[in-house]
Design a protein around this ligand. Structure first.
Ligand SMILES: [Zn+2]
Length: 427
C-alpha cells in the first residue's frame, strides 16, 4: 500500500535526523508552497491570502496562512500542533576518559529512550555547530553520515542471565565507540563537516550533536502496509501537519501549524510548547491583520487546536497492556486520545468536532483510553490549551515500538490524517 504521502514522509524523516534539520526541511517545503519567512526581531506585515513562517532557535517552527477574505477581523485560528524532537543520545560536551585504545564520547539520554534499541545499530551523528570567525558568531547544521559509530552490546557469554531481562546503566553502558585511537579524532571530523573555509579547531565553541540510526526508512509487511523508520514519533505528525497546510486554505480563519522542539523533555524551553512562541505569534498575527487586543482575545476563544502526536497501536504480543475496548489498529484511521486526568486535552466538544472532520473527509477514526493501572504519556495539547484557553483535542496515528530507534506505523493511516487536518484548514 505504497502511496505518495507515505513516500514523502519517509524521505522527510531520512533528511531530518535532528529537530534542526526537520525545521530546515519544513521551512523549505513551506517556502516552495509560497510562504515567506518572518523574523521575530523585525516588524511583520501579513497580507490576506498569503502564507508565512517563523522559526525560533532553529528547532521550532510556526507556519500559517492568512485567510483570503480581506479584513478577516476577529476570525479565529485553526491550529495543528506537533513536535520536532525524538528521544535519542546527545553528545556530551567533553569526550570520555580513555579505555584501552578506544575512542569514545559520552552521551546524555535525551527523552524516554528505549535504550536496548540503540545497541548494535550503525549510528551517525548530526546537529548544529556554533563557531566564531573574524569576531562573528555563526551556526551551521552538519551531518556526519558517512562514518558509522556503535554502542556494542555485551556478549551473552559474559552475561549468561541477559535473556531474563536486560539491565542497562544509562551512564556507563550507553557510551558509543567512535573508533580506535588515531590522529583523526571526532573534533577534526566535526571541523571537516562544518566545511567553512579557514575555520580552525579552536573556532568551534560549542555543538548540539545527536546520534541517530544510519539505516534508511522503508515500507514493511507483505503488502507494504507498514512503514519502518526512526522518529515516526513525531516527525509523522509534523509532516502531516505541514502537508495539509500547504494543500488546503480557509477564507475566514488563520490556518496554522506549530511544531515545537523539546516535547520529549517536558517542553520548558525558549522554543518549547510552554514558551511564549505560540502566544506571541498568534497575537502578532492578530494585530497584523488589523485587530485590537480585545479582538485577539475574542479570536482565541473561537480557535481550535489539534494536538497531533503518535498513539499506541494494539501490540499483538502484549494484549494485556491495552484496555479491552480501546485498542487502536494499524491502518484503521486516526486515533482520538482521551484521558480523564487531562494528560490528553480531549473533551466531548473537541472530540465531536474532530469526528465531524473525519466524517467530512470520509475517514474512519478510532478511540484510545489507557488502562487505569498503566499511566499514559502526555503531549503538547494540555500545555498549550491550559496557557491559551483554547479548545483542544489530542489525536495521533497508531504505531508500535514508540521511542525505539526504529519505530513502525501504518502506510495508509498517514494519508488519512492529512485529509482530516485538511478539513479543518478548509473551514
Ligand atoms: Zn511524541
Amino acid at each position: 500500500m505504497k502511496n505518495k504521502e507515505a513516500d514523502s514522509l519517509l524521505k522527510f524523516i531520512d533528511a531530518s535526523p535532528t529537530p534542526y534539520h526537520a525545521v530546515q526541511n519544513i521551512a523549505k517545503e513551506l517556502r516552495d508552497a509560497g510562504a515567506e519567512e518572518l523574523k521575530e526581531n523585525e516588524s511583520w506585515n501579513c497580507e490576506a491570502g498569503k502564507s508565512y513562517y517563523v522559526i525560533r532557535n532553529d528547532s521550532s517552527i510556526i507556519g500559517f496562512k492568512i485567510p483570503s477574505q480581506e479584513n478577516a477581523k476577529a476570525s479565529a485560528f485553526n491550529i495543528v500542533a506537533a513536535h520536532t524532537d525524538s528521544p535519542c543520545l546527545k553528545l556530551k560536551p567533553m569526550k570520555k576518559d580513555k579505555v584501552g585504545n578506544y575512542q569514545q564520547w559520552g552521551v546524555e539520554i535525551y527523552g524516554g529512550v528505549l535504550l536496548n534499541s540503540w545497541l548494535d545499530r550503525d549510528l551517525c551523528l548530526s546537529g548544529r555547530v556554533s563557531y566564531v570567525q573574524n569576531g562573528e558568531l555563526n551556526h551551521k547544521l552538519i551531518s556526519i553520515d558517512d562514518k558509522f559509530f556503535r554502542v556494542p552490546q555485551l556478549a551473552i557469554h559474559l552475561d549468561r542471565e541477559v535473556n531474563k531481562g536486560l539491565k542497562l546503566n544509562a551512564e556507563t553502558h550507553m557510551v558509543p565507540v567512535i573508533g580506535l585511537e588515531s590522529k583523526n579524532e571526532l573534533d577534526s571530523e566535526i571541523l571537516k563537516k562544518t566545511a567553512v573555509k579557514g575555520l580552525k579547531q579552536e573556532d568551534i565553541k560549542s555543538v548540539d550533536l545527536f546520534f541517530h540510526d544510519a539505516l534508511e526508512s522503508t515500507y514493511g509487511g507483505l503488502n507494504d502496509e507498514f512503514i519502518y523508520a526512526p522518529r515516526i514519533d513525531n516527525l509523522a505528525m509534523s509532516h502531516a501537519a505541514y502537508r495539509a497546510l500547504n494543500n488546503f486554505s480557509s477564507k475566514s480563519k488563520v490556518s496554522m501549524v506549530a511544531l515545537f522542539d523539546h516535547e520529549e523533555v517536558g517542553s520548558e524551553s525558549a522554543q518549547g510548547a510552554c514558551s511564549n512562541f505560540l502566544s506571541s505569534t498568534l497575537e502578532r498575527i492578530a494585530l497584523c491583520i488589523g485587530n485590537e487586543r480585545e479582538d485577539y482575545l475574542k479570536m482565541l476563544s473561537e480557535s481550535f487546536l489539534i494536538s497531533a502526536d503518535m498513539a499506541h497501536a494494539l501490540h499483538p504480543n502484549y494484549m494485556e497492556r491495552h484496555d479491552g475496548e480501546h485498542r487502536p489498529l494499524i491502518n484503521q484511521g486516526p486515533v482520538i486520545k482521551t484521558n480523564a486526568r487531562q494528560r490528553y486535552a480531549t473533551d466531548s466538544r473537541t472530540f465531536a468536532r474532530f469526528a465531524m472532520f473525519c466524517d467530512q473527509a470520509k475517514v474512519k477514526y478510532q478511540v484510545f483510553a489507557g488502562r487505569n493501572d498503566i499511566p499514559c504519556g502526555s503531549t503538547v495539547g494540555p500545555l498549550v490549551s491550559s496557557r491559551l484557553g483554547m479548545d483542544t483535542l489530542d489525536v495521533g496515528n497508531p504505531q508500535l515500538s514508540m521511542h525505539s530507534i526504529r519505530e513502525m506505523a501504518g502506510s495508509e493511516d498517514h494519508k488519512q490524517m492529512i485529509k482530516v487536518f485538511g478539513e479543518m484548514f478548509k473551514e
